[in-house]
Design a protein around this ligand. Structure first.
Ligand code: FNR
Length: 400
């Protein structure tokens, strides 16, 4: 059966390929203007129901320009790591507990993360250039994430300046730093983030050179017209060259970020236990296990495959956030069983933004929350705090 073709007919039937959008007060959206990168936004977004995040990606592909879709969905090299990020969840089949005496309303997904109480353990990963899929970019996605009640990790490569994004968000927000080789520029970014109300800094350690997507390059790397990096744009009080990143990061840079900002530092891009140890010794307040969604070094193992080893080293000294490949509630379930305290999602949030603005973003998070709750019920576990490798087969396989 040709599902793709059938789905496209359904999506077209739901009005998802229309070229105009109804202004939505709830979503805080302005009607998108046609740009080279935005083909259309779903006119009926507020009513849309997500069936699955894989199907949402197909809807998003319909409304995005080919360039935007290539940029977001793509990854580096032959995209082996990208695919492995999904496949490797299958290495951990779920083992249920039966006769567990649990009602759906008993299930507790709430989580505390660096002082924030969140209703379920799914947060928003940092991703650059949200204006690829919505003219107001991060201003709309930040609102959608706070409406979903969770944490917005704001990319240092945003199209909008961090101050405006902070204003658009009513919830907890963390600023992701690309450490600039000019220390003055890095200091400025940290102080601006602190003064704008960001609650923590994420130091990304795995993007030390330009990521490459063959699909995006083959289209001539079509960035949105008029695009600038919002945090470095002098019109918004920024300075410095975004591309001048410090490639030779060391643990001392974690100390620098912590001492200048006075905020907790999450170290993102960790793929082995020893590196987590070094980061914690240098003052990391949390570890983000991630291979950048396969967008940097192709050939890395799936992030889920290294999570048990990292968790064994961290031994609950600091929280672990996991990202790269989460698409279903059962993926969140398995990541929590393998030692994560919360997970972050990148591409699905952008797909939600493209089809439904702020409401579309909110729907993505709530969809994963609902899928996680059902997974917990069916697996026989009443609280995410009780998830452990006991719920998975083969947990010793990669647990070296
Ligand atoms: C990213 N990611 C990313 N990470 C980061 O630390 N800073 C950034 O600016 C970006 N930019 C970015 C852009 C786009 C379009 C994507 C899809 C991703 C990586 C991101 O934070 C996260 O690690 C991955 O997206 C997680 O994988 P999934 O959820 O997309 O499978």
């Amino acid at each position: 059966m040709n599902y793709t073709r059938r789905n496209l007919i359904q999506f077209a039937g739901a009005g998802l390929t229309l070229a105009v959008v109804k202004p939505s007060a709830e979503a805080g959206m302005k009607p998108p203007v046609a740009t080279g990168n935005i083909k259309a936004v779903n006119k009926d977004a507020d009513d849309s129901k997500i069936i699955s995040l894989d199907r949402l990606e197909q809807q998003a592909k319909e409304v995005m320009s080919p360039g935007a879709y290539a940029f977001i969905s793509g990854a580096s090299g032959a995209e082996w790591t990208l695919h492995e990020n999904r496949r490797a969840f299958n290495d951990y089949p779920i083992l249920t507990h039966r006769l567990a005496d649990i009602l759906e309303e008993d299930i507790d997904l709430s989580t505390e993360l660096l002082g924030h109480q969140i209703p379920y353990p799914v947060i928003c990963a940092p991703a650059g250039v949200h204006t690829f899929v919505h003219p107001e970019g991060e201003l709309v996605s930040a609102k959608g994430v706070s409406d979903a009640g969770t944490i917005f990790q704001c990319s240092g490569a945003s199209a909008k300046p961090l101050e405006a994004i902070a204003e658009a968000s009513t919830g907890p927000k963390w600023f992701q730093l690309y450490f600039n080789a000019d220390l003055g520029v890095t200091k400025d970014l940290l102080l601006r983030a602190k003064h704008s109300g960001y609650n923590a800094i994420i130091l990304t350690t795995d993007a030390l050179g330009p990521g490459s997507s063959e699909g995006f390059s083959s289209l001539g790397r079509p960035f949105p017209s008029g695009f600038t990096f919002g945090n470095h744009d002098p019109r918004f009080g920024g300075r410095g060259d975004f591309r001048n990143q410090k490639a030779n990061l060391t643990p001392k840079d974690i100390e620098f970020v912590a001492s200048v900002s006075g905020l907790p530092v999450i170290v993102k891009g960790i793929m082995r236990g020893k590196d987590a140890d070094n980061a914690i010794s240098a003052g990391a307040a949390a570890i983000q296990v991630s291979n950048h969604g396969g967008r940097q070094l192709d050939g890395l193992p799936a992030a889920i495959s290294v999570l048990p080893e990292v968790a064994n080293h961290v031994k609950k000294r600091v929280p672990i956030i996991f990202d790269s490949g989460i698409r279903r509630g059962i993926d969140v379930f398995r990541a929590l069983c393998l030692g994560a305290d919360a997970v972050a999602i990148g591409r699905p949030m952008l797909y939600g933004l493209s089809v439904g603005g702020a409401k579309g973003v909110q729907n993505v998070f709530e969809h994963l929350r609902d899928e996680l709750r059902i997974a917990m019920l069916l697996a026989g576990c009443a609280s995410t705090k009780n998830l452990s490798s006991d719920f998975l087969m083969n947990t010793m396989k990669n647990n070296t």
